[in-house]
Design a protein around this ligand. Structure first.
Ligand SMILES: C[S@@+](CC[C@H](N)C(=O)[O-])C[C@H]1O[C@@H](n2cnc3c(N)ncnc32)[C@H](O)[C@@H]1O
Length: 342
């Protein structure tokens, strides 16, 4: 089951609890082990934030993360998403951290540029539920342009890493679903078809995900682009996933995302969503720091009033990612229907 589908399944379970005025723990917790990134993608919603070197000493350690993972497992959180912020596989100690997660009951998902895969992370990655590699192109010059690189062939290295991960999965009977994303832009839209062909037929990933820029700088709902994506789905079936969420929905209003998925920045501070969790971002709300509470349970309890006000009084976020926006639309409809039944 895809990550997004799992989120919607969890949401339907949580809506009932919300209607009763009850409390649930989130289905998914996302961590951003580091803000450091070796790339500067032109579209990145965290773009220009970068690493706060003044806070390096405050970064969560592998031990801090292991304790957090243990507690999340105890309270029934189902999924740990490891993403950024920056590039998670560049966090020192990522191999040990990922090992700990795959030995826990949590389902692991990693979102990465996969330029570097530390050798001690390979086993855990093959045991993850999903590794999603952000690529956007199979042409070195387009890759470099879209990802803010001055030259070199990091694309070649990344494709090699993906092939090696696939081979490691096969030799270890690992279960990881290998996916790669293509964020449609002016720079890469000519290779929509060749990307799917190369990644599915040559590199051998399981799924290709086409995404829109949440800022809507290029419309994947442009009829010509839509037609090309539909054709690809006809050829490759569900190995091609094309997001077609409408981007013209209002952004503010009731927000239930934090009941479904919350995000930690690299310093153990919890935010209501992944778009709030980078320094200086214009979205989401800060719930508090794990360091100021005994653990996740206490931090969660302390955020109850804020979360409730997000549902009942709304938010004024300036942008919202696709899935989060859909979660809000779905939840709003379900809550309204549920309230009118009562
Ligand atoms: C911010 S990156 C961080 C993790 C890692 N460094 C990587 O490259 O995947 C996580 C994901 O956010 C997505 N993303 C960034 N900016 C976006 C935007 N404006 N619209 C939609 N998705 C975006 C990227 O496509 C990527 O898959």
């Amino acid at each position: 089951v895809r990550h997004e589908e799992k989120q919607f399944d969890a949401l339907s379970r949580q809506i009932e609890a919300l209607l009763q005025g009850g409390e649930t723990y989130p289905h998914c917790v996302e961590i951003h082990p580091t803000d450091f990134c070796n790339q500067a993608c032109s579209y990145c919603f965290h773009g220009g934030v970068g690493e706060d070197v003044s806070r390096r000493g405050e970064m969560f350690t592998v031990d801090d993360y292991c304790a957090l993972v243990d507690e999340l497992a105890e309270i029934g959180v189902e999924e740990l998403s490891v993403s950024g912020g920056g590039e998670p596989l560049l966090y020192r100690g990522i191999g040990a951290l990922l090992q700990h997660v795959v030995r826990s009951p949590l389902s692991l998902r990693v979102v990465t540029n996969a330029n570097v895969i530390p050798p001690d992370a390979v086993d855990a990655l093959t045991e993850a539920a999903e590794v999603r590699v952000s690529l956007d192109s199979v042409q070195p010059e387009v890759y470099n342009r879209q990802r803010g690189l001055r030259g070199g062939n990091l694309l070649g290295r990344t494709l090699n890493n993906l092939r090696q991960l696939r081979a490691a999965r096969e030799s270890s009977a690992g279960r990881v679903r290998l996916a790669c994303t293509f964020l449609i832009s002016d720079v890469n839209q000519h290779e929509i078809e060749s990307f799917a062909r190369t990644m599915l037929e040559d590199v051998g990933v399981d799924t290709v995900v086409y995404k829109q820029d949440i800022y809507g700088r290029i419309a994947a709902d442009d009829p010509a682009v839509r037609h090309r994506l539909d054709e690809l789905s006809r050829v490759y079936g569900d190995r091609v996933e094309a997001r077609d969420e409408q981007l013209d929905e209002p952004i503010g209003g009731p927000c239930v995302v934090s009941y479904s998925k919350v995000a930690f920045n690299p310093y153990g501070e919890l935010y209501s969503c992944c778009l709030g969790s980078q320094p200086g971002e214009r979205n989401g709300l800060r719930f508090g720091s794990l360091r100021d509470f005994g653990g996740f349970r206490q931090l969660w309890a302390a955020s109850a009033a804020t979360r409730s006000s997000m549902v009942h009084e709304g938010v004024s976020c300036q942008d919202c990612n696709h899935t989060d926006r859909l979660i809000n639309i779905t939840a709003r409809a379900a809550l309204l229907a549920g309230q009118s039944r009562r």
